[in-house]
Design a protein. Structure first.
Length: 134
């Protein structure tokens, strides 16, 4: 993992480029870890949220609406999708290097948009990014 600022994924919907350039942002607030992946600029964003003081290179199940979840903001349809205890996902951190500011991992999720009444499924997602921290 080199911090190449790339994201790949597979989905049954054409959401955005399946090989996209990303900007990553990491922050910690009130025992919550936030990972924002801005896709192709600042319009589309996947945010992973995990309640944990120390982030490790491990798997996190995204199955709780206040402890471990994701949101996916997609401006192509003006929809925001969320995971919860029913629509779940997985985030695996493969590298989290705070000295070099590199974060890399893989993910998959199902998320639902109440605004658009639509379910999306994303598989085989992977990212490798140099991040900024807030």
């Amino acid at each position: 993992y080199t911090g190449s600022n790339t994201l790949t994924y597979q989905s049954d919907q054409a959401l955005f480029d399946q090989k996209a350039t990303i900007k990553a942002e990491v922050s910690h607030h009130d025992n919550l870890f936030y990972l924002n992946l801005w896709i192709g600029g600042y319009e589309n964003r996947i945010t992973f949220v995990v309640r944990d003081e120390v982030i490790k290179e491990t798997a996190y199940e995204l199955d709780h609406p206040s402890l471990r979840y994701l949101s996916f903001l997609y401006h192509g349809k003006e929809c925001t999708y969320f995971s919860d205890d029913y629509y779940t996902g997985m985030l695996m951190i493969h590298k989290y290097d705070t000295a070099q500011k590199i974060i890399a991992g893989s993910f998959e999720f199902m998320a639902y948009s109440m605004d658009c009444d639509e379910l999306i499924r994303v598989n085989n997602g992977a990212f490798d990014a140099t991040y900024v921290s807030n």
